[in-house]
Design a protein around this ligand. Structure first.
Ligand code: NIG
Ligand code: FE
Length: 415
């Protein structure tokens, strides 16, 4: 689709000159252009620059958008979600408000297993319908690419049902949808006395089936005590790689188990959470070039500790931010809200959070060659926000400033 966005008051390009991600002080460099224009042709960015340098004569029927009261950003890339689920867990929210912890609730049979019960009973059609509704809400908040994990099925049929549903949404929906297989999200109740038996089912049956049908780009594992230990996690991620899925790890979320070191060892694309990462883990991520994906909404919603964003950035780890949108640990999908929490609680600068939600998020999905910044040749995925300057996006929180989301050059007007 074609579109000319003209007279943009402030354009945030996050231009990286072909670098897949930004690290260290470069995360601060978000490539701002004042009085700018962006030309989108056939879904790609064809020109970016200052308005007074635009020379081309455009055809009369070229759709135009006036950006004179707006700031334009690259579309947000939410690289970690569990947004396909059934029902909700508002009851757990109430229990937590009375002092129960996330782990107390999980030990009592709630938590992830609560959602598993509901997803097993839901039809593929129901799962698709609720996820599509959330997807369209996310797009209204500026998200143009989203990763969706399985992990609420935990048996062969239900995990495949989730994978098929996610892949069908990827075909049908406007947003870019990236499917991740997370069969190793928790030990299902029927395997409680035989966790290795479940690991064998994941490795011998689920991964080969999903790999053969190319249903997942990534294989993820919840590497945590009480879930999957380092040995089990490594075996699962190796099996995923053997069947064409790049690795991701839920690492060091509740304890410093060494998930970050494992992510480095298996050559994972990203290590996610990292609330309890150690100095060794930080060094390992840096040395292996693994993206560290931080999920500030989880720490906020569960009142847990925050990941050491400053240490990660200072060590040169490429830091991304994602929502982790899921019914248990973060019932929110607004990327601007994640930016606010990251600035307030992790001492990230607004500029760093913008890089983390765009280019570095795309890197966490191996997509930064085509997404994550506003540069000629990349997908025309953009967000238009009616604010006075880019910092206001995170600063003025609790309201939606997005007026238009543009996906592959197609304009979506936000009512
Ligand atoms: O990333 N940590 C594991 N999984 C999710 C929570 C999922 C749930 O509670 O349903 C997370 O926080
Ligand atoms: Fe998660």
């Amino acid at each position: 689709m074609n579109l000319f966005i003209k007279n943009i008051a402030q354009l945030v390009t996050v231009a990286s000159n072909s670098k897949p991600f930004k690290t260290g002080p470069d995360m601060q460099d978000i490539g701002v252009i004042e009085h700018a224009g962006v030309l989108c042709r056939e879904g790609k960015i064809a020109w970016v620059g200052r308005m007074n340098e635009f020379q081309e004569a455009l055809p009369d029927d070229m759709p135009e958008l006036d950006g004179s009261a707006s700031v334009v950003f690259p579309g947000f890339v939410d690289s970690h979600t569990h947004m396909m689920f059934a029902g909700n867990r508002a009851d757990e929210f109430v229990l937590r408000s009375r002092g129960a912890s996330y782990q107390d609730i999980a030990s009592a049979g709630g938590g992830i297993i609560g959602s598993v019960r509901e997803v097993r009973e839901a039809s593929k059609k129901e799962l698709k319908r609720s996820t599509a509704r959330y997807l369209s809400e996310m797009m209204k908040h500026g998200t143009t690419t989203v990763e969706i994990k399985t992990g609420y099925g935990l048996d062969m049929d239900s995990e495949i049902k989730m994978l098929e549903a996610i892949n069908e949404l990827a075909e049908e929906e406007m947003a870019t949808v990236v499917p991740t297989f997370l069969g190793a999200h928790a030990i299902p109740p029927e395997f409680r006395s035989d966790p290795d038996g479940y690991v064998r089912l994941v490795i011998d049956k689920m991964i080969p089936y999903a790999g053969k049908r190319r249903l997942a780009a990534f294989c993820d594992v919840f590497c945590e005590s009480g879930y999957f230990d380092l040995r089990q996690s490594e075996a699962i991620l190796d099996a995923g790689k053997k069947h064409g899925m790049a690795a991701k790890v839920h690492a060091d979320e509740l304890s410093p188990l060494g998930g970050a070191e494992l992510a480095a060892k298996v050559g994972a694309v990203s290590a996610d959470h990292l609330e309890h990462i150690t100095e060794r883990g930080i060094q390992a991520l840096h040395d292996a070039g693994v993206v560290g994906t931080l999920l500030p909404g989880v720490s906020f919603f569960l009142n847990h500790r925050y990941a050491p964003a400053r240490k990660l950035i200072e060590a040169g780890v490429p830091v991304a931010i994602a929502s982790d949108f899921n019914p248990g640990s973060c019932m929110a999908y607004s990327m601007p809200l994640m930016m606010t929490i990251a600035c307030t609680h992790m001492q990230m600068s607004p500029e760093e959070t913008i890089t983390a939600c765009t280019l570095n998020g795309a890197a966490a999905l191996n997509l930064s060659a085509t997404q994550g910044s506003i540069e000629v040749g990349k997908d025309a995925d953009l967000v238009v926000a009616r604010i006075a300057g880019y910092r206001t996006l995170a600063y003025h929180f609790g309201t939606n400033h997005v007026t238009h989301t543009i996906k592959n050059g197609t304009l979506l007007e936000i009512p």
